[in-house]
Design a protein around this ligand. Structure first.
Ligand SMILES: NC(=O)C1=CN([C@@H]2O[C@H](COP(=O)(O)OP(=O)(O)OC[C@H]3O[C@@H](n4cnc5c(N)ncnc54)[C@H](OP(=O)(O)O)[C@@H]3O)[C@@H](O)[C@H]2O)C=CC1
Ligand SMILES: CC(=O)[C@@H](O)[C@H](O)COP(=O)(O)O
Ligand SMILES: [Mn+2]
Length: 382
């Protein structure tokens, strides 16, 4: 039995992870679960999966949760709760919380020797060097859940890494593919949340619409696969059937294809290096696939992807600025305080104003994240 802790069990990835586990109840024991606000769903998950310990946002949420439960269960709270829960006896921690909230628990989980199944990409964007160095030092496995990185991991299997010519990340292009800046001036939150192929949390869905999600994935790929950014390309593939590819020095390209169902990469991370069959997951049917198309990303309209490459080239705390500015700008957009195109403008402005720190410590990263967010909030909160 693999003992598993899931951070963010009430979210899109968290619920799908529990769905995968439900299919293989004999293989997994759920030790810990965390929610932030959604205690209603967490209480149902507790009844179904019987974890030893859970964590929620604060004492108020803990009290609400207690009222919903018949039995006593250990309930931790706040950001400290996330760091405490990962210390419990477990083999694997699934990091499925959104944003920088995932950083310190990931570090603590690695320090305490757990393998990591990483959905959260912001952790590697903001502190890739620190996290990867620590994972190496501790000898733990850091397995990607993100569909593109899971695809790349699968395309690398059995091949010599020295023979890689480039990684090719596929992007759907999001809901605004093909549109120019003028047409994006007045797009609504609802339009930005209307992803063509995936149903995901709000933050990542807006990131897909700006192409920042792909920028983050370039950075994530650099750290996970230890490869420089000039060997990581992005191609727009609107059907989201090819989840990414690896090109080798002889010109051969190996791709991973599947339906757009996150339970496939989730089960791969949970069962790695083996695979498992999930009955409800649809398989690709080539008799109904009419086309697989590819386009160059429009870097002029979707500035965020270029900003991510620039931040990665500069290195140090610049990717922390990219991440922090994006987190707060997306939240301002979701709260209708700024317009869609201002997301990229705010990020670019924050990067220009930043005095970069090369080889930052964890404290540097946490401070930069806080400073950038406070500055933007002060400037744009009305
Ligand atoms: N969804 C997807 O298909 C994919 C997601 N990812 C990545 O996975 C991560 C999770 O995404 P997704 O599941 O879509 O997001 P959701 O918004 O659906 O879920 C987020 C989860 O994190 C919890 N949470 C939110 N804020 C905090 C916080 N400050 N502290 C602790 N917990 C918090 C939420 O709790 P509650 O709901 O109880 O408030 C919820 O359980 C992101 O980093 C995303 O980029 C990567 C690839 C694909
Ligand atoms: C499911 C997943 O991995 C997402 O990160 C997805 O890739 C988003 O789609 P985009 O290609 O539109 O960013
Ligand atoms: Mn992805």
């Amino acid at each position: 039995m693999k003992k598993v802790i899931i951070l963010g069990s009430t979210g899109s990835i968290g619920t799908q992870t529990l769905n995968v586990i439900k299919n293989f109840r004999e293989n997994f024991e759920v030790v810990g679960l965390t929610a932030y606000n959604n205690v209603e769903l967490l209480s149902k998950q507790i009844r179904e999966f019987n974890p030893r310990v859970v964590a929620v946002k604060d004492e108020d949420k803990a009290n609400q949760l207690r009222e919903k439960l018949e039995e006593n269960i250990e309930i931790l709270t706040g950001s400290k709760g996330l760091q405490e829960i990962v210390k419990y006896d477990a083999d694997l921690v699934v990091i499925a919380v959104e944003g920088i909230a995932g950083l310190l628990p990931t570090i603590t989980a690695i320090q305490t020797g757990k393998d990591i199944a990483l959905a959260n990409k912001e952790v590697l964007v903001t502190a890739g060097q620190i996290v990867m160095d620590l994972a190496k030092k501790k000898g733990i496995r850091l397995l990607p859940i993100d569909s593109e990185h899971s695809a790349i991991l699968q395309c690398l299997k059995g091949n010599d890494r020295k023979e890689i010519s480039r990684l090719i990340l596929t992007a759907s292009g999001g809901p605004f593919r093909g549109k120019k800046k003028e047409a994006l001036k007045k797009v609504t939150v609802e339009q930005a949340l209307n992803h063509p192929n995936w149903k995901m949390g709000k933050k990542i869905t807006v990131d897909s619409a700006t192409l920042m999600n792909k920028g983050f994935e370039v950075i994530e790929a650099k750290w996970l696969f230890d490869i420089s950014e000039d060997k990581i390309d992005v191609v727009v593939h609107p059907q989201s059937i090819i989840h990414s590819m690896v090109e080798y020095i002889d010109g051969s390209i190996i791709a991973q294809l599947a339906t757009a169902d996150m339970r496939i990469p989730i089960q791969y991370a949970l069962n790695y290096p083996t695979r498992n069959y999930i009955k409800e997951v649809k398989f690709l049917d080539f008799s109904v696939i009419t086309q697989l198309t590819f386009e160059k990303p429009d870097l002029e309209t979707f500035r965020c992807l270029s900003l991510a490459y620039e931040a990665l080239k500069i290195g140090g705390t610049m990717t922390t600025v990219l991440n922090a500015a994006d987190e707060i700008a997306v939240s301002l957009f979701l709260n209708k305080k700024i317009e869609f195109l201002q997301i990229a403008e705010i990020i670019e402005e924050s990067m220009k104003e930043h005095n970069n720190i090369q080889n930052p410590t964890l404290d540097d990263i946490i401070n930069v994240d806080k400073e950038v967010k406070e500055k933007i909030a002060k400037r744009y909160m009305r």
